[in-house]
Design a protein around this ligand. Structure first.
Ligand SMILES: Cc1ncc(COP(=O)(O)O)c(C=O)c1O
Length: 309
């Protein structure tokens, strides 16, 4: 059995916020560390343990320009003495500012490869070529898929669910909410729920892609862990994506500003949309005790500051 590295602070706290007619519980996975703040840390504790077991010396991963996952990968690699290579989708941007997560990536010494949107669609081929070149040079590379969402990475969120089991029961939590970007966090929570036999619905608020895409992806990941998932276990919601990935909307920005005044920083790409969706859906369903998993993202707000000024 793969033993995860211990690079972050766990268990993370759960805070209660009383307002309107309910108690909102927030699982603060954004407080798991300073530089490693956010959900990718738990996944990377497993993935990097696997990489070290395989004696890898270079970690390659991919993501959007301001990827939280890439920042935490670069950070952990610098702590572990590994070389990191990030393949970043710079979308349609002509000028790339070193800010937010990207600034940190550089500080951690990551080697960065920028691909435009079209090239990024073929990133698996690009990475394959990169791996071949590295092997030729005598390196032993390890590739982590986008968001660390595979059968290894999601174990971090199985553990997160198990960490919460007693709390969920004691506080009569009626639904758990999280953002869905690459699907691994949701898949891990679902896996934890199934193995602990708890009947609490887990709602995934999509920030990109489609419900069908994630149903297939998550089922395939869980199948690799011998976990059969039933259609009724999926509660995926696509009504809060707005105009697309990374494009915030008015109501979300307003909410982010409101919650910052209570000390909760939500980001514009993931947690802002998920939090907005969670509040709307909880009201609609008459929940009294919803739990929101705060998955981090603080550094990306510095790259999207034009929306928050
Ligand atoms: C801050 C934040 N929250 C949520 C997510 C979504 O998690 P997942 O990729 O596991 O679906 C991500 C990454 O995609 C993220 O960076």
């Amino acid at each position: 059995m793969l033993k995860p590295l211990n690079l972050t602070n766990k268990p993370t706290p759960i805070e209660k916020y009383e307002f309107d007619n309910f108690t909102l519980h927030i699982k603060r996975d954004d407080l798991n560390g300073l530089v490693d703040s956010g959900n990718k840390a738990r996944k990377l504790e497993y993935l990097l343990a696997d990489a070290l077991n395989k004696k890898s010396d270079v970690i390659i991963t991919a993501g959007y320009l301001n990827s939280n996952h890439c920042r935490i990968t670069a950070y952990f690699c610098s702590r572990l003495g590994l070389k990191s290579i990030l393949v970043l989708n710079c979308l349609k941007r002509k000028k790339i500012e070193k800010e937010g997560n990207l600034l940190l990536d550089y500080l951690f010494g990551a080697e960065i490869h920028f691909l435009n949107e079209k090239e990024y669609k073929e990133k698996e081929n690009y990475v394959e070529g990169l791996i071949k070149k590295l092997i030729k040079k005598g390196f032993n590379p390890y590739y982590i898929p986008t968001g660390g969402s595979n059968e290894i990475g999601i174990l971090g969120y199985r553990d997160c669910f198990l960490e919460m089991v007693d709390y969920l029961k004691e506080n009569k939590i009626d639904g758990i909410f999280c953002a869905v970007g690459s699907g691994g966090t949701y898949a891990g929570l679902l896996y934890g729920k199934l193995i602990s036999n708890l009947d609490i619905p887990i709602y995934g608020i999509l920030v990109d892609e489609t419900i069908d895409y994630f149903k297939i992806k998550i089922s395939e990941i869980l199948k690799k862990l011998d976990c059969q998932i039933d259609e009724k276990d999926f509660h995926l919601i696509d009504s809060y994506i707005g105009k697309g990935y990374g494009i915030p909307y008015k109501e979300e920005i307003k909410l982010i500003k409101e919650w910052a005044k209570r000390g909760i920083i939500l980001d514009l790409t993931y947690t802002g949309k998920a939090f907005y969706g969670m509040l709307k859906e909880s009201k609609k369903m008459g929940f009294k005790n919803p739990l929101f998993l705060h998955t981090g993202g603080i550094f990306s707000i510095f790259a999207h500051k034009e929306y928050l000024k």
